[in-house]
Ligand binder design. Structure first.
Ligand SMILES: [Zn+2]
Length: 413
């Protein structure tokens, strides 16, 4: 009996059982059939039938059996087959595109990146993505393609594969899944980049085994991804997690969104640079002045560098940004009760400069309500998290039996 879910075949139970087995192997790496039965709660005969199908299709491999101590059949460890195929993960940030080819184990098999030219249209950038992915696949010659996952900045309609708005690129209503799907193999899955980051951390990074999680990306903008009971929560319109536009100071500066005192106006990279510039112009002494930097062209990275060198003005700016993040995250923690907070994005590279005041504020504002401090940790996958996670979204759809990978024959072999 082969494993080949066909559309319209109501084999939901079988799909669920396959998911349990594939997901257990992802989490544990290598398991015998009896381990799988114990962990998934499936009967040994059910495990046997599903494993046989997955082995025949090449999704699993049997590893060399461990030396047994007694007589009888030794358990044969099973694992996901790293040669089974490739999922492509694409991350489109405001300034560049990263493309990774990832196998079933989350291992990166190839990488490409390019800068987004100022004023480039979405169509131009997606054409470049298509060219790069096709070249990458032609070089790798994978057995099959599980699909292409795309993380985008700004609100995304995940169901329709549509980018609603990319604030820093000025793109609106781009049918990304349709445009890429017409030219690339396998299903195309589109989501917000922070959600992709969270999915990557959940499967292969700092959030492995965690069911309830908030992942916050602090960069040019600020966004959050919410994971509830092990799955991404998107909300009714797909905009859940727009933490950059929650109010943290009712008297605060006006935001691009029209409101006042949004988190993004007080803790994003541009906000950090702006706060430092404002103090410099007030004549506050600083290393930034000693270094001859122009207040009007400061970057958050300059402020971080000065803070690390002991500059008081810069440390103060990061302490404030961390405090505002702590206020917003405390509100989220009290609303959602996550067991961990992960912080990623460019500004998060400042590390404890940002995380210490954040943790302090979070602890102060949740004390007495939550039983303990919610751990706040940096992400593990770094700048690759979004693209790896976009690939994981594709793999998850395959694991759940929602999509069928495409055997590559359109590319010359
Ligand atoms: Zn706003």
């Amino acid at each position: 009996m082969g494993w080949n879910p066909t559309p319209g075949n109501p084999s939901l139970l079988k799909e669920l059982n396959q998911f349990l087995i594939l997901d257990a192997l992802r989490r544990y790496g290598s398991l015998s059939r009896s381990d799988l039965a114990r962990i998934t709660g499936l009967t040994p005969p059910t495990v046997g039938v599903i494993v046989k199908g997955l082995l025949e299709e090449g999704y699993l491999v049997e590893q060399a059996s461990l030396p047994g101590s007694g007589v009888g059949r030794r358990p044969v460890p099973l694992a996901l087959n790293p040669q089974a195929g490739i999922a492509v993960g694409v991350n489109v940030s405001p300034t560049k595109v990263l493309i990774l080819a990832v196998n079933l184990l989350g291992q990166i098999q190839a990488r490409r990146s390019f800068a987004i030219a100022a004023g480039a249209s979405a169509e131009d950038v997606l054409e470049q993505v298509i060219g790069n992915v096709r070249e990458m696949l032609a070089e790798l010659r994978p057995r099959r393609v599980f699909g292409v996952g795309v993380g985008l900045h700004g609100p995304v309609d995940h169901q329709r594969g549509l980018l609603r708005f990319a604030p820093h690129l000025g793109w609106r209503n781009v049918p990304v899944a349709d445009l890429l799907g017409a030219a690339l193999p396998g299903p195309v899955v589109v989501d917000n980049g922070v959600r992709c980051m969270a999915q990557g951390e959940l499967w292969f990074g700092a959030a492995r085994g965690i069911e309830n999680l908030v992942c916050v990306a602090v960069g040019t903008g600020i966004g959050a991804a919410i994971v509830l009971d092990g799955r991404l929560y998107r909300g009714a319109d797909g905009i859940a997690g727009e933490i950059g536009h929650v109010t943290v100071d009712v008297e605060g500066p006006r935001c691009d969104c029209g409101n006042y005192g949004c988190l993004e106006t007080l803790a994003s990279g541009p906000a950090i640079a702006r706060q430092a510039a404002r103090r410099l112009k007030q004549g506050v002494p600083s290393l930034l002045v000693d270094w001859g930097l122009d207040p009007d062209s400061l970057a958050a990275a300059d402020v971080a560098r000065a803070a690390l060198a002991g500059d008081e003005l810069s440390r103060q700016v990061f302490a404030e940004a961390g405090m505002y993040l702590g206020i917003a995250i405390a509100n989220l923690a009290k609303t959602l009760n996550p067991s961990r907070i992960l912080i990623g994005g460019g500004v998060a590279q400042a590390g404890d400069l940002l995380l210490e005041p954040l943790r302090r504020t979070l602890a102060q504002r949740t004390e007495g309500l939550l039983p303990g401090e919610v751990p706040v940790e940096p992400i593990q996958l770094g700048a690759d998290a979004g693209a790896i996670g976009a690939a994981c979204l594709v793999l998850e759809r395959f694991f759940r039996g929602d999509t069928v990978p495409q055997i590559l024959d359109f590319i010359e072999r």
